[in-house]
Structures are given as C-alpha cells and as structure tokens.
Design a protein around this ligand. Sequence first.
Ligand code: PGA
Length: 270
Amino acid sequence: MRKPVMAGNWKMNCDNDEAKALADGVTARGGQVEDALVILCPPATALTSVFSSIANSNVKLGGQNMYWEEDGAFTGELSAMMLLSCGCEHVIVGHSERRGRFGTMDEADADDLAAVFGDTDATVNRKAKAALAAGLKPIICCGELLGERKGGKTDEVVASQVRAALAGISADETANIIVAYEPVWAIGTGEVCDADEADRVCGMVRATVAEVYSQDVADAMRILYGGSMKPDNVEGLMAKPNIDGGLVGGAALKADSFGALIDAAAASAG
Ligand code: PGA
C-alpha cells in the first residue's frame, strides 16, 4: 500500500565528474525499478549533472537542504524554486547534521554546532512549509542523540521534532511528505539501530502523525529509517511493518551497494 522508498543522501561528497559517474552507475543498476521510489540527493553543485544522468530512468532528484524565502540577499542559500529548476522533486529538511547533531556527540557539543549549521525545530517547520508551497516534497528528518537515548528520552525527543515539523501543515499536504527517523548515534558510525527498535520508533512516529491528523494520514505516510543502513542489514529493516524505506549516506556512495538497497526496497513491496 505504501510504495517503498530508497533515498541516497550523498552529503558533501562527489565533484561533478564523480557525481555523474555515480548517478550513471545507479541508473544502470536500479534505474528502471518500479516497485520502489528511488531518490538521489547529491550536493547542490551536482544537481544538474545528476539530473541529466537520470533523465530516462525512474530515479528522482532531491536537494539536501533549502531556505524558506523565495529569493533575496541570502548569501549561500538555495530556494525551493532553484531546486525545482534543477529538476528536484524532493528535498531533505532538518537532517541531524543541519541541526548540528553528529554521530555520538553529546548534547553540549551539539549546542555548539547548532550555531554553525543552524536548523531548529522552528526553521525545519518553515522549510517544510515553504517546500510544500513551492511544490517540492520534503523528507523531514528526526532522531535522538545517544545521550537522549541513554536518558530514556528517545520517544519524547522524536515525537516533539515530528510535531514541530508538521505544525501548520494541512492534512491534504501530508501526501507529499516523507518522514525519516534517523537515530543520530547510528549515522555514519556503522552501528545500525536494532530492527525491532527502529520499527518501534517508526511506529511511534506513525502514532504521532495519527494524533496530529488521523489514522488514515498516518497509514498513508512513508516513514524511513536512516543510520548505517547497508546491504547486510537492509532486509531485516525492510521486513518491519513500520519501516517504508531508507535514507542512506555511506552505502549510497557506491552504485553496487545502493543498488542492493534498491533491490531490497523493491522486493519488500510484494
Ligand atoms: P549513513 O547516513 O547511512 O552514512 O549512516 C544516513 C544519513 O545521514 O541519512
């Protein structure tokens, strides 16, 4: 009922030639898959070259971040319209790294980097609303730090990020939203979240969406897992009822490993 998603977040990797080669490899490997929605999110500098690589495939393009204003004096920022004009249909919003929350860092370090990268629950909400208004589909990220998990605050932190991100967004608009649950301590660390626990938290996110809107909205919403997803753990994750796909960093940087993840997502559709 919910078409699985496999989204590759290339982060700050790949110059234009490397991005083109990787996109060509992914397109050759899994570009015609119909049972899964495949999204590539290269760095902004490579959006145009990746878009030309995926032109004759089912692969879709996404940005990694955006600013909510339409245009103006905002040096270094990108608007939703700019992403759309490069061929994007999707945009990642509120990735933990944009919130200044990395790997296994503690809460004090996260506060320092929040000032550098800047996303807060409020700005994530503004970005999600601006994306939807422009016709871009946001992939809204949420997830707890290791210390928050150890302190028993996972559900509280994640539910409050989800509620804040969805504030003021109508039920009709939710059809264009994907949520990604990404425990920060599992991102780029090689330490994947146990599949049962990832499913439990994704289920809690779904229940939160049901409280904000309705059970129907929650049942239709795609909720992804992200954090060290790889070919050797993807099947266990994709088998879970509340996990509808993956948001993938490291394993998305090789066409073979990302291709295996696409295969697993497509296989879970049946
Ligand atoms: P990872 O990153 O797969 O390298 O852990 C996931 C993400 O940040 O989206």
